[in-house]
Design a protein around this ligand. Structure first.
Ligand SMILES: Nc1ncnc2c1ncn2[C@@H]1O[C@H](COP(=O)(O)OP(=O)(O)OP(=O)(O)O)[C@@H](O)[C@H]1O
Ligand SMILES: [Mg+2]
Length: 311
């Protein structure tokens, strides 16, 4: 990518959404997605992903905050797939798209092009929608999102229920869109899935963006939250040793201790220092090393503090 900043096609600031019944689904979410960028929004069920995508695409008004889409000088068409789109079951996939072309004011040829982009063959296009497999339905949904030649594409869990081959297919589609200069925003409840395709990732938990960055940046911040768990004969003495090493210490019951590792200190050094101080180390294990595991830590931290706030 060049050094000049590509324009932000989605610019959301401090977006909040409270549903009726006082359900606070979003709480001060700020995010930007640039042209030619894939942004992956990750979070567990109920985190607020769909709510955020609906507010960003204008399907729903936020309770607070501001949202701007498109470049400064021109509005961009937003193509989106949020929850299952309604297709006529008795009509063919192609016919369904042609009807939507009329809605978008797009030429009928856009339907053929969109089918091709998502890897549905002419023959697939002729079959009636009711005979489509889940993967084909999902592809048709993405095709529908592309009809208006959008500058912004928003896909809510586009790989839900798909087999690995179909998931790889969706990844290709998304990369193509990015390479054509689209701003792509997609969501998933699986970090591993967006990790492979997103240029930047935002982690949403209980309505808040709790982490954001490139995959490499997230890896760095999350990896630095590594812990080593030790089982020792003298927990108090071991705690002192850990603190002297400058490590955060947790737990302390029944001789089991957790030291948070820094970038500079490895588990074997903790072991050596403990043993050197005359402490017997019965067991030592590193935990929370994978990006996925620390991702869950992040989410449960945020959820717990959220629960405390509501108490
Ligand atoms: N129409 C609604 N009315 C009231 N509450 C809602 C509504 N839609 C969503 N919520 C609540 O808002 C919160 C966020 O829901 P949302 O659907 O945005 O999460 P999500 O991250 O998309 O979850 P999932 O992974 O299950 O799709 C949840 O607590 C949900 O119960
Ligand atoms: Mg959802």
């Amino acid at each position: 990518m060049d050094t000049t900043h590509p324009p932000a096609m989605i610019d959301a600031r401090e977006v909040g959404k409270t549903y009726r019944g006082d359900v606070r689904a979003l709480d001060g979410v700020t995010l930007r997605v640039a042209a030619g960028e894939i942004y992956g929004l990750v979070g567990p069920n109920g985190a607020g992903k769909t709510t955020l995508l609906r507010t960003l695409t204008g399907l729903m008004a936020p309770t607070s905050g501001s949202i701007r889409t498109g470049a400064a000088e021109s509005a961009a068409v937003i193509g989106s797939l949020i929850e299952s789109p309604a297709f006529y079951p008795s009509m063919s996939g192609h016919r369904n798209l042609t009807l939507l072309c009329a809605y978008w004011g797009a030429h009928g040829a856009a339907a053929d092009r969109a089918l091709e982009l998502v890897g549905l063959t002419t023959r697939d296009g002729r079959r009636s929608f009711r005979h489509y497999s889940l993967g084909m339905k999902q592809r048709l949904g993405i095709a529908a999102a592309l009809l208006g030649d959008p500058g912004i594409v928003v896909l809510d869990e586009p790989t839900n229920g798909l087999d690995p081959e179909a998931i790889a297919g969706v990844r290709d589609i998304v990369r193509n869109l990015r390479d054509q200069g689209c701003a792509v925003l997609l969501s998933s409840h699986l970090l591993g899935e967006v990790e492979q395709v997103a240029d930047r990732i935002g982690v949403l938990s209980a309505g808040r963006l709790v982490a954001e960055g490139t995959v490499a940046e997230l890896r760095h911040t999350l990896r630095s939250r590594r812990w080593v768990e030790v089982d020792v004969d003298d927990a108090r003495k071991a705690t002192d040793v850990g603190l002297k090493l400058g490590l955060a210490v947790a737990d302390g019951s029944g001789g089991r201790l957790r030291f948070e590792l820094s970038d500079a200190i490895e588990p074997h050094e903790v072991n050596r220092t403990l043993v050197g101080a005359g402490i017997r180390v019965n067991a030592i294990a590193e935990i929370g090393d994978s990006l996925e595991a620390t991702f869950f830590d992040l989410i449960s931290d945020a959820t717990q503090s959220d629960e405390r706030n509501h108490r």
